[in-house]
Design a protein. Structure first.
Length: 99
């Protein structure tokens, strides 16, 4: 799923100074990646048609699992415990020992 947010580059002109160009970050996109005001980021120039925004320090994820939908039983067992790390691509075997 790719979301697109078209925008125009804005110029701020102050008296006796060169124009400064500003790019605004759309709020839905910032919320999706957890970007906060005051974070330090940098641009990475790939070519004349593509820039990447790079975050040197990515904050930890706040939610470990999805919230339940209205009407779902919140006491039902989850597929994965909140404190258990997600292992993508790893095969896991589960065995129980009875003593």
């Amino acid at each position: 799923m790719q979301a697109k947010y078209p925008l125009k580059i804005q110029a701020i002109r102050s008296k006796n100074q060169q124009a400064r160009l500003y790019v605004y970050f759309p709020l839905p996109l910032a919320a999706a990646i957890g970007l906060k005001a005051g974070e330090e980021v940098q641009w990475e120039l790939l070519d004349r048609g593509e820039l990447h925004l790079v975050r040197e320090q990515v904050p930890a994820m706040l939610a470990a699992q999805r919230a339940t939908k209205p009407g779902q039983d919140s006491t039902a067992p989850n597929r994965q415990a909140a404190n258990e790390p997600h292992r993508s691509g790893a095969s896991e075997s589960h065995s129980e020992s009875k003593s």
